[in-house]
Design a protein around this ligand. Sequence first.
Ligand code: MN
Ligand code: MN
Length: 468
Amino acid sequence: MNNEKSSAEMLKEKLFYTKKHIAEILSDKEIETAFDFCDEYKNFLDYARTERRAVNYAVNKAKELGYKEFDKNKKYAQGDKVFVNNRGKAVIFATIGKKPLSEGVKISAAHIDSPRLDLKQVPVYEDSEIAFFKTHYYGGIKKYQWPTVPLALYGTVIKSDGSAVDIKIGDDKNDPVFYVTDLLPHLAQNQSQKKLSEAIDGESLNLVVASMPFKDDKISEKVKLNLLNILFEKYGITEADLLSAELEAVPAFDARDIGFDRALIGAYGHDDRVCAYPALMAEFAAKDIEYTSVTVLTDKEEIGSDGNTGLNTAYLKYFIYDLAECFNLSGRDVLSKSECMSADVNAAYDPNFPDVYERRNASFVNYGVVVTKYTGSRGKSGTSDASAEFMGKIRNLLDSQNIVWQTGELGKVDIGGGGTVAKYIAALNVDVIDVGVPVLSMHSPYEVVSKLDVYMAYKVFLAFLEQK
Ligand code: MN
Ligand code: MN
């Protein structure tokens, strides 16, 4: 057989844009490195199931590496490493680069909040001798996915004396978990006729938390009393203390490899810890950086980035203004020269639901990091549409580092859509582009990503930070 390429074949190779599975591009050694990188990512997922836990993980690691709490009255020099912990729910890390800050900073931003069930302020009630916690879902969920799933409970309770009690139940194998019930199929004739979006009502997402009565003949609500007694004995909290609490019920499953070849990872909360973790690891690993790095792990993205730990507020801007002042520069001049990778997941093409994707512009698992020029919905509403110039710069950077990447839109035009933090950072006059990892079953209690894509995300952030 003649192995020589015809001139048409060569011309096609030169002129066509083609995509390949990462495994067809990487060496076996690189694939092994990628798989190894994901071992600690899985540990991170199991630990960092809430934004507070993710901040804890990141800050603890950073302190080991010499990051110090940022002090705007101090003078900083090349190589200094600082962090700002925003109320325990969002965090900024920065490493001072060689170039003056007047040439701008490199911002990587990812979010560490994920869809979940939050407890209401007055959550406890008893019905038919079962005690429940009322919940209010957080972020965009398909409500029918959350019953009959083991749930862990995390958060903080502020007692009447002002002291804080940390709650963490369900991540240890010996811990109990919590649970939302669903109707048995035998009695679900009416439920089954309902629209999927209405089959499970928001007010029915109540957690089963206890069923044993307090032993006493005289009182009512014995199961609730017994429950509150357990909570008081264990944590010293009363029902009124729950008024000032943030408690989050999240899936209790651990991260696991999926498939015979172990190429995929199933876990709760890949969106967006699958970008936050590689961004953090790149911040920690970047060497001899020219530009100052600013890595932001933010909260509240899933509910629109509003609130003082979300990026639709001033905390990132204030940090960069303060850092600029340390060098006698104006914050706006630094921001205007800065660049940002807004890191968030993209919807991976799902062959089981081909109708909602436009194949030529969809992202695929195992095809690398998704670079998204714009997100939003309808006529590009609610997004930052990156310029051709900035897209060109990022394209050259990734290609020069042999990073496997692809483009991806969030589904067909007019079928839905979604936004990211990109527009809030663009609002600071920063050049922003969306990058991220493709996810299957996004926003479900157990999402799926590819290990090779996760590793490529790490390489993207590292290349961005180490850019000359
Ligand atoms: Mn996200
Ligand atoms: Mn999301």
